[in-house]
Design a protein around this ligand. Structure first.
Ligand code: G
Ligand code: G
Ligand code: MN
Length: 524
């Protein structure tokens, strides 16, 4: 993946894993909240219908009883009975008695100001009627009542008592007749919606409202709630979920960026590093043991990133080798090294620089022409450039031999690097055109210790000399090691005893200081 795409991709994936399910859950919970609210409203419509039915039924049965009792109208006994019924039936506020269309008495007593009877405008079953929409009269100034009519009687009920149902969330309750005549409404509501709900049994939602209606034998009840109430409930849920979703997103994004930085992008980073020629060389001095002089250096690759970090070669060299990216890295380093060192190499013909060549390059030999071009341009003696290859480069002996022979023909010295850590046989060593052997640090560490490898070290040195190799000891850290190696006839040494790998200018300083006068004491 290209480096530029990693962050957007990570954000995309993080958001889709962390936030999309949340958004989905939010949408679904919104839908579910509305469905739940519709059922909730339907329940309240049902309870409103029951309440209305009960109030009307009670009024009806009181009136039926009065008619059956066959009273002498407005007699003291009759008046007593009217008063008693009003007390007994809670929803009935008053019972009027009419004769010849005129009010003659009610549950308060005889009527003083005769009033005309209003005819029922709605007919119910069994000769019952309903008087609704009655405005205020002299007798009942509020006009907020409806009346059940039967025979000479009309029983008055407060309209609002029909819809007086306790509710747990804000809503408007209403009752209408089956023909759509509105009887009572507990609050404010859009009249066209009310009309629609009064006419048919339905439930649904608009952008503003959620509603449900229910039809009974004589009446229709309905409930309407504000959409905002439902949405707020869903929102509350969402606010609880957002931190979780955000945290999941952040973790996923961080994880992807981290993983891609660590692994996936290394190939991309390497390609960028190659394109911008970000690789440089540091130089670890090589000391002639007999004189203490600096006779050369091993060039060691360094990769300073634009962000200021340094990538360890132990990490990216094996990676570059595995992904066939080592070739251009070798080329960049070769050109860089000759650029860094050409002046010093021309000035001191005894100075050499050793370059590490990877196994793949040794097999192909492709780098040789790049090297020759760079040497020609720098006007340096090819004998001053040494090549180091590990035993892995000699796996296909014929290909390796061809490359090494060409290198020798051009004047380079060729070293076997990290000697002793691989499996090279003596016969292979003999058959390859090598002339330098670098003893691996592990055998130098063993000097003066009672380790098994310490027995091997002198044999390696003897064998190398028998084969006429120049010997370089790697990783020399102690004065005793240097003394031992010198006594054993080892020609050269490198290690922290003398110096770590240095940037070009510092190495050149080290080189000229070291070689200026008499041999310097070994400073640790
Ligand atoms: O000094 P340092 O820690 O950088 O070395 C780490 C390893 O990387 C060593 O094994 C060394 O051989 C290898 N190395 C250093 N520079 C180069 C180079 O330019 N090319 C190749 N192929 N390997 C190198
Ligand atoms: O190419 P080669 O595999 O020899 O690479 C040399 C490696 O050894 C580099 O990683 C370099 O930093 C490291 N090195 C060089 N001298 C010393 C030393 O004296 N002590 C230790 N511990 N490491 C060293
Ligand atoms: Mn090396």
């Amino acid at each position: 993946m290209r480096r530029r795409l990693i962050l957007p991709a990570a954000i995309g994936l993080g958001v889709s894993i962390g936030l999309l399910p949340l958004a989905g859950a939010y949408y679904l919970s919104g839908e579910r909240a509305i469905a739940t609210e519709r059922l909730h409203l339907r329940d309240y419509a049902g309870w409103t219908l029951q309440r209305t039915d009960r109030a009307i039924t009670r009024a009806k049965s009181s009136l039926r009883r009065l008619v059956m009792e066959n009273h002498e109208l407005c007699s003291p006994r009759h008046l007593e009975r009217l008063k008693q019924l009003k007390m007994d039936v809670l929803t009935v506020e008053d019972i009027d008695t009419f004769k010849d269309g005129k009010l003659i008495c009610d549950s308060w007593g005889l009527s003083s100001s005769p009033e005309l009877m209003r005819k029922p405008n709605i007919l119910l079953a069994d000769d019952f009627g309903l008087v609704v929409g009655s405005g205020p009269t002299a007798h009942r100034p509020q006009g907020d009542m409806l009346a059940v009519a039967f025979g000479p009687y009309q029983a008055f009920i407060h309209k609002e008592s029909l819809v007086d149902v306790l509710h747990d969330t804000p809503m408007v309750l209403g009752v209408a007749t089956r023909d759509g005549e509105l009887l009572a409404l507990s609050g404010q509501a859009d009249l066209s919606l009310v009309r629609q709900l009064s006419r048919e049994e339905m439930s649904g939602a608009t952008n503003q409202k959620v509603f449900a209606s229910l039809r009974g034998a004589d009446f229709v009840a309905f409930a309407i709630s504000d959409r905002r109430v439902v949405d707020r409930r869903a929102n509350d849920e969402l606010w609880k979920l957002i931190p979780i979703g955000t945290a999941i997103s952040a973790i996923v994004i961080g994880l992807i960026v981290w993983v891609s930085r660590q692994r996936m992008s290394l190939a991309g980073e390497l390609r960028t590093g190659i394109a911008y020629r970000e690789f440089i060389a540091h130089y670890q001095p090589i000391i002639e043991l007999s004189t203490g002089k600096c006779v050369g250096a091993e060039a060691l690759i360094r990769w300073p990133r634009p962000d200021g970090s340094w990538v360890s070669p132990d990490l990216f060299i094996p990676y570059a080798e595995a992904h066939h990216l080592i070739g251009p890295v070798t080329d960049i380093l070769i050109e860089r090294i000759l650029e860094d060192m050409k002046v010093a190499l021309r000035a001191d013909p005894s100075l050499h620089i050793a370059i590490n060549i990877s196994a793949e390059d040794i097999q192909s030999g492709r780098f040789l022409d790049v090297l020759s071009d760079a040497i020609e341009k720098a006007q340096v003696n090819p004998a001053q450039i040494w090549l180091e290859a590990t035993e892995r480069g000699f796996m296909e002996a014929d290909a390796a031999r061809a490359t090494l022979e060409r290198a020798r023909e051009r004047g380079h010295a060729v070293a076997i690097d990290d000697f002793g850590t691989g499996y090279s046989s003596l016969s292979l060593l003999e058959s390859l055109p090598l002339n330098v052997l670098k003893i691996d640090k592990s055998f130098i560490d063993a000097i003066g210790r009672k380790a098994a490898t310490s027995i091997v070290t002198p044999s390696i040195i003897d064998m190398a000399h028998t084969l006429k190799f120049i010997v370089v000891a790697e990783g020399v850290e102690k004065v005793e090691q240097a003394a031992y190696l010198e006594a054993a006839g080892v020609e050269f040494a490198q290690g922290w005893l003398y110096s770590k790998a240095l940037p070009p200018r510092e190495f050149l300083q080290f080189h000229s200081l070291r070689n200026a006068g008499s041999p310097m004491p070994e400073a640790a």
